[in-house]
Design a protein around this ligand. Structure first.
Ligand code: ACM
Length: 637
């Protein structure tokens, strides 16, 4: 009793103390709705008992608790299904509206931990938060010596802002194996993402087995391996081996779906039509309006579009399905029937983006279709196609979704719009009463560079972490009920392997997870980047790659007096010092420190630059060609 009294007193006193120092020692992404820290720590005993409700949905939760509290700690974990334990997980007997289907309460006291939720998903997310309270090494897959296995005493109440918290993984441009997709799911659920959008088909590959259409995967899943800057490759020789790529069998898909379901993740399948369909056209040339399509090859990264006139692009080969060909709708019926059976998620994404129209313009069949249906332009032709596809999708009991181009020429009656060309398409669709998922290039494109082109693997655009953190999925002008949520998209033209997929995803997906889970009012960039850096330690333990681009300077240039180039630099996060040189040597903390705009010496060839924090190098050594500074200056004019 005396002990209990002392503990209550300590708690009251400590709450007073910690109210002033916010959440010292608590560093969770995404930021929970409410965290109250108390004095003291939970010290993990060697032998941990866990009490967990029975049920198939608890299997993964038990696995996570079991592995994390035994493998790195060397402890013993015993499981029971009733009563209390060191770690107790409980399902509410009465549904608590505040926390909904995915929320939880987590209480860490000196001697025990309790997580309560309405549903298993909430318990799963409570466990993810709990793990982030322990030292980084809790994520290790080997025994860790000398770690104090402690977690701060806290009371957390937490629930998501949006039900759709997604990441898109393009497994079409470069194929990623079933195991790699599962590893990606493992990573995303730690940050409470609940949706994986698989971009399954494109010009470079068809990745899902469709029974009765064997050429889609015998032929359509394979191209010629090339490396370098994708999109600029020379066309492969006609006899070059087409053995690069792969596909998921229907058994693979079932396994991926189950793996995701066990971790409370839905899979949104995307079959991208009528554009981006070269792999399908090569497999079944009858699907094209264009004579000679039987000579086409699955794309290996050679140039097939001319973007110099803007969107839609001018296709150099016809990568579209023919909207005027009944065989196309029969084909899609077959594909969608099987996709609907394989993926339990209620939505199927049918693409619709970037569909070139120049071959349709030349097609007699399309001209006849226009006459018959009273269509006056190519946008209406695409809209005719989308409306027919929507009917097929709905006939399978699913909801039809597409990229925002499906608005052009008239939106199909019940279509759900995924807005990628900024927010405008999403706003327009929501105003028409359609559901929307926001995934704008401006905030949520994970294929873009995360920092300066002088240091990042080259892509045509940049999206910094800070910008991703500014993503607000609900614009003022729309009714929030139409915004299902948001997602970030990892296109993989320039992503050849899993390590680079991770690099492009993290830390920007931290920002997206927080944009989609945490209350809007709790946004705080400085606080967030502090927690991002804490998570880096965790990713290091897990051997997950991430971009350290927040440590590299943002470099701008302008034209100064006498046509000189003036270089201005800043950093995305506070507390970094920038050192630079123009004499080709490697700067360090004894070199000039950047304090104000610098005039570039007229004969310099390179600027080298590096950041330091607390006297230690933290950024990467950047070599910026003068030509790039000149280009930046020209651009700023
Ligand atoms: C897209 O990025 N083409 C949807």
């Amino acid at each position: 009793m005396k002990k209990l009294f002392g503990w209550i007193l300590a708690c009251l006193f400590s709450q007073w103390i910690f109210a002033q120092s916010a959440t010292t020692g608590v560093s969770i992404i995404p930021e929970p709705v409410s965290v109250t820290q108390h004095a003291g720590n939970f010290i993990l005993p060697r032998d941990v008992s866990i009490s967990v409700p029975e049920g198939a949905q608890m299997k993964e939760i038990v696995m996570v608790l079991h592995s994390r509290f035994s493998v790195p700690t060397g402890g013993e974990v015993t499981l029971k299904h009733q009563g209390t334990a060191t770690i107790t997980l409980k399902l509410n007997s009465k549904f608590e509206d505040l926390i909904g289907k995915e929320g939880y309460h987590l209480t860490v006291s000196p001697h025990n931990i309790v997580i309560t939720a309405n549903e298993p998903a909430g318990l799963f997310y409570g466990v993810q938060s709990l793990l982030q309270l322990f030292p980084d090494q809790i994520q290790a897959n080997q025994l860790q010596k000398g770690v104090k296995w402690e977690a701060p005493c806290v009371a957390i109440t937490d629930y998501p802002r949006f039900g759709w918290r997604g990441l898109m993984f393009d497994v079409a441009r470069h194929f990623f194996t079933k195991e790699q997709v599962e590893a990606y799911i493992d990573q995303m659920v730690r940050y409470k993402f609940n949706l994986l959008h698989l971009h399954l088909t494109d010009d470079e590959g068809w990745r899902i087995q469709i029974k009765g259409l064997p050429r889609l995967t015998d032929v359509g899943a394979w191209n010629v391996k090339k490396v370098g800057y994708f999109g600029t490759f020379a066309p492969p020789a006609p006899d070059a081996p087409r053995n690069y790529g792969g596909f998921y069998t229907q058994e693979d898909i079932k396994e991926i779906v189950k793996y995701a379901q066990d971790r409370f993740v839905n899979i949104l399948p995307e079959i991208d039509v009528p554009g981006h369909s070269l792999a399908a056209v090569v497999s079944y040339p009858d699907l094209s309006c264009t004579p000679g399509a039987d000579k086409y090859q699955v794309r290996s990264g050679e140039r097939i579009m001319d973007w110099s006139h803007g969107a839609p692009p001018i296709a150099l080969v016809d990568n579209t399905l023919c909207p005027a060909n009944e065989k196309v709708y029969e084909f899609l019926d077959k594909v969608i029937t099987q996709v609907a059976q394989l993926f339990p998620f209620p939505y199927i994404h049918l693409g619709g983006d970037e569909c070139p129209k120049n071959f349709w313009e030349k097609s007699d069949a399309v001209k006849a279709l226009m006459k018959r249906e009273g269509l006056t332009n190519m946008e209406q032709v695409q809209s005719y196609f989308e409306k027919r596809v929507e009917k097929i999708v709905e006939s399978k009991g699913k909801k039809f979704m597409g990229w925002d181009e499906i608005l052009e020429g008239g939106l199909a009656p019940d279509a759900v719009v995924m807005s990628w060309r900024g927010m405008a398409g999403g706003i327009a669709a929501a105003k028409m009463g359609h559901d929307v998922v926001m995934s704008p290039t401006t905030y949520a494109y994970l294929d873009y560079m995360q920092g300066d082109p002088a240091i990042e693997p080259h892509v045509y655009a940049t999206l910094r972490l800070k910008k991703a953190y500014e993503f607000e999925p609900v614009p003022d002008s729309v009714e929030p009920k139409y915004i299902l949520g948001g997602q970030a998209n990892l296109w993989t033209e320039q992503v050849y392997n899993m390590r680079h997929a991770e690099y492009m995803t993290w830390p920007r997906a931290f920002a997206i997870s927080e944009d989609l889970w945490s209350p809007k009012a709790s946004k705080n960039w400085d606080n967030f980047v502090g927690r991002v850096q804490d998570q880096f330690g965790r990713l290091d333990v897990e051997n997950v790659k991430y971009a350290p681009s927040i440590y590299d300077p943002i470099i701008n240039a302008s034209v100064g007096p006498d046509s000189s180039i003036v270089v201005e630099m800043e950093t995305e996060i506070k507390g970094l010092d920038i050192y630079y040189s123009f004499d080709n040597s490697f700067p360090d903390q004894f070199y000039p420190k950047y304090t104000e705009p610098v005039v570039m010496p007229s004969d310099a060839s390179f600027m080298k630059v590096i950041t330091y924090r607390d006297g230690k190098p933290i950024g990467r050594m950047m070599t910026v060609p003068v030509t790039e500074l000149q280009a930046k200056a020209k651009h700023s004019d």
